[in-house]
Structure formats: C-alpha cells, structure tokens
Design a protein around this ligand. Structure first.
Ligand code: GDP
Ligand code: MG
Length: 175
C-alpha cells in the first residue's frame, strides 16, 4: 500500500488520575520502554512526544503528564484544552484511586467534548495479591460511561502499547 496520502495526525493526549497510580510510569514505559521502581512521583518532565505509525495514518502524540498538580485534585483547564485523548488512571490496589478516577471522568465529561477519546486504565495489574478493585467493576463502569478500558502494568509492560495503539486507531478513524 502506498504511503503517500496517509493522514498525519497530531494529537494532544492528557493523563489524569490520583498521584501514585502510575501515570508517569505508563508514559515512560510507552516512550522509553523502561520502568523505574523508585519513580519520583513529582519528577519534573511533564511533556513527551511519541509517534505511532499505522497503515492508514501517522499519529504524533503530544503527551501531557502532570508534575504533581493532581495532588490538589484539580488541574488547570488549559491542561485539557484541545486534547484529543484522555487517559484516566487508577491503581487496582486502591479503591480510593478508583473512586477518584470516577471524579476525573465526570470532570472530563463536564468539559463537554463529545469527541474526546477517553480511556479508563486499571494500572498495577502485576500486583494481583493486593488487588482491591475487581476487573469487572472497572470494566462495567467503563461500559456504562462509554470509555475504553484496559488493565495495564507499567512494570511488566502488560497492555501498555496496546492502550496507545487503540487510541491511535480511534483518532485515525475519526480524522
Ligand atoms: P504518578 O504519580 O501517577 O505519575 O505515578 P508514578 O508513575 O510516579 O508511580 C508511582 C509509584 O508506583 C512508583 O513507585 C512506580 O514505580 C510505581 N508503579 C507505577 N506503575 C506500576 C505498575 O504497573 N506496577 C507496580 N508494581 N508499580 C508501579
Ligand atoms: Mg507522575
């Protein structure tokens, strides 16, 4: 298939979710293919880019990670403004983080962009023995709110690329 005529898409992607759920780790796994056990939760760098090539399009992600602002449970509107995709992360070992994720989802819904590709991510799936949030609970909430849903582990890399590829596919289809 000829590459010419393929769509070039630039897409802003934002991460939301409680501090410590693994947002930065997911981004670093995706962008650098690495995991840092002692990740500083407020590590400075908050902006990353990554390109994914699909058959039908090339997607350049501008990824906005927080630099710890989520600890105040609110983010400046400019953080989401113009976003094409949002990834809301909770930690399967923390019911609190799941409850908080629902709040972030509602906040996104209030922003009122019906085309925003929104994904609910249940991270730290490698910590099965400490699980507090059953898979079905997250899955059902996602279904009820028309969100994509993935259980991931930034540590083991489970589903991390799959998650970003799925977003890329949705964006390519919509473009
Ligand atoms: P953020 O505050 O949401 O950006 O979370 P971080 O990415 O800073 O991660 C918080 C802590 O959880 C760090 O110690 C990470 O190493 C750890 N962590 C992140 N993702 C995973 C995961 O999938 N599995 C495990 N076991 N630990 C993780
Ligand atoms: Mg972080």
């Amino acid at each position: 298939m000829a590459k010419t005529g393929n769509k070039n898409i630039q897409a802003k992607l934002v991460l939301l979710g409680d501090m410590g759920t693994g947002k930065t780790s997911l981004v670093l796994r995706f962008v650098k293919g690495q995991f840092y056990e002692y990740q500083e939760s407020t590590i400075g760098a908050a902006f990353f880019t990554q390109v994914l090539s699909l058959n039908e399009a090339t997607i350049k992600f501008d990824i906005w990670d927080t630099a710890g602002q989520e600890r105040y449970h609110s983010l400046a509107p400019m953080y989401y403004r113009g976003a094409a995709a949002a990834v809301v992360v909770y930690d399967i070992t923390s019911m609190d983080s799941f409850e908080r994720a629902k709040k972030w989802v509602r906040e996104l819904q209030r922003q009122g962009n019906p085309n925003l590709v929104t994904v609910l991510v249940a991270n730290k799936a490698d910590l099965e023995s400490k699980r507090e949030v059953q898979n079905e609970i997250g899955e059902q909430y996602a279904k009820d709110n028309r969100l994509l849903f993935f259980e991931t582990s930034a540590k083991s890399a489970q589903n991390v690329n799959e998650l970003f590829y799925e977003i890329a596919k949705r964006l390519a289809k919509a473009a």
